[in-house]
Design a protein around this ligand. Structure first.
Ligand SMILES: C[S@@+](CC[C@H](N)C(=O)[O-])C[C@H]1O[C@@H](n2cnc3c(N)ncnc32)[C@H](O)[C@@H]1O
Length: 256
C-alpha cells in the first residue's frame, strides 16, 4: 500500500459493507463510495448500493473472485476510482485476499497503485453483539465451506479448537449444495464438547429478517443454519442469563 495517489488519479479501495444495515457501514467506507467511479463485487453486495450518475456498478458471480479482482486492479490502473465491496469485513473470508492474490500474480505495474483496505463490521461481531458477548474470551473462527479447502482440514480444525476450549464462530455453515457438512460439524462438536454446550444461530443479522436463536448442541438441528446464518458455539465457560423470555449469552473475561 503506497498511501499516495496512483498513476492518473486512479485508486482501489477494498471495503466492507457490514452485515446488512446501512447504519453499520462506517463513515470511511461511505466516503470512499461517494468518490468512486466504479464499484466491483458479488451481485447482491453491489446491489446494496443505490445507483447514481457517474457510478458504474460491476456485479459478478461469487465464483469469480480472482477475475473480479483483476478487473478492479485494471480499472484502477486505467485511472478509475474503484471500490471493491464485500459484506462484513473485506479481510474476513472475502475480497481483500483475492485482490492481493491477483496483485501478486498480475501485471507488475499494478504494484504502484494506491490500494487500501477499509474495515467493516464482520458478521461474527454483529452476531455476537446481538446475542450478548459469547466471544468475550479466546475464540477462533472457521469457514465451514469446503469449496476452497478439503473437508478433512475443516474437521481437524474443529477437533483442535474444541480441545483447546475456544468459543467458535462459523461462517458459511450450510448451503443447499453441501448440506451434510454442517450435520457432521454438529456431531463432531457434540462428541468433543458434550450435549449441553451452548450454540447460537444468528441469521440475517441487522436486516429485517434477523433472527437469533440460542439452544444446546443436543437441541441443535442442521436445518437451523443456512448461508445467511452465522453460528457461534460457546466454550466450556460460556453461559446464559435468562431474562424476560430472552437470554443473554456471554463468556466471562477470565478462566481460573
Ligand atoms: C463469504 S462469507 C463473508 C463474510 C464477511 N466478509 C464478513 O466479514 O462478515 C459469508 C458468510 O458470512 C455470514 N454472514 C454474512 N452476513 C451475515 C448476516 N447479516 N447475518 C448472519 N451471518 C452473516 C454467513 O455465515 C455467510 O454465509
Amino acid at each position: 500500500m503506497t498511501g499516495t495517489e496512483g498513476r492518473m488519479g486512479g485508486w482501489l479501495m477494498i471495503a466492507g459493507l457490514g452485515p446488512g444495515a446501512e447504519t453499520m457501514i462506517t463513515p470511511e467506507v461511505s466516503a470512499a463510495l461517494a468518490q468512486a467511479t466504479d464499484v466491483v463485487g458479488y451481485v447482491p453486495y453491489v446491489e446494496r448500493l443505490a445507483p447514481r450518475p457517474g457510478l458504474m456498478r460491476h456485479g459478478s458471480d461469487n465464483r469469480e473472485e480472482i477475475r473480479r479482482a483483476e478487473q478492479a486492479l485494471q480499472l484502477a490502473a486505467d485511472g478509475h476510482r474503484v471500490v471493491v465491496v464485500s459484506s462484513g469485513d473485506p479481510g474476513v473470508f472475502a475480497m481483500a485476499s483475492a485482490v492481493f492474490e491477483a496483485l501478486e500474480a498480475g501485471d507488475p505495474a499494478w504494484r504502484s497503485l494506491d490500494i487500501r483496505v477499509l474495515p467493516g463490521i464482520s458478521a461474527m461481531l454483529a452476531a455476537s453483539a446481538r446475542a450478548g458477548a459469547p466471544l468475550g474470551h479466546d475464540f477462533c473462527c472457521i469457514n465451514l465451506s469446503d469449496n476452497l479447502k478439503p473437508w478433512a482440514l475443516i474437521e481437524k480444525r474443529l477437533c483442535l479448537a474444541a480441545e483447546a476450549d475456544f468459543a467458535m464462530a462459523f461462517y458459511n455453515p450450510r448451503s443447499a449444495s453441501r448440506p451434510e457438512g454442517f450435520a457432521r460439524t454438529l456431531q463432531v462438536l457434540r462428541d468433543a464438547c458434550g450435549p449441553e454446550r451452548l450454540i447460537i444461530f444468528a441469521r440475517a443479522v441487522s436486516t429485517p429478517q434477523e433472527s437469533i436463536r440460542v439452544c444446546t448442541l443436543a437441541e441443535a438441528q442442521p436445518e437451523m443454519a443456512d448461508m445467511r446464518t452465522l453460528v457461534i458455539v460457546g466454550s466450556s465457560q460460556t453461559r446464559r442469563i435468562e431474562r424476560d423470555g430472552e437470554s443473554l449469552v456471554y463468556t466471562p473475561r477470565s478462566v481460573s
